[in-house]
Write a protein that binds this ligand. Structure first.
Ligand SMILES: [Zn+2]
Length: 46
């Protein structure tokens, strides 16, 4: 799964992704950029 890395301004693969749920009920996947280690989020839209 890929997400946009704001640090590198490129789409990067998410390392060790975990599903999280926000307080508003939205689901997302959180992990780390496989390239630079920045925390990445991807809204999964459920
Ligand atoms: Zn990165």
């Amino acid at each position: 799964m890929n997400a946009y890395c704001v640090k590198e301004k490129k789409s990067r693969e998410i390392a060790s992704p975990k599903e999280v749920t926000f307080r508003n009920g939205r689901h997302a996947v959180r992990g780390k950029c496989s390239s630079c280690g920045t925390t990445l989020f991807r809204i999964t839209g459920k």
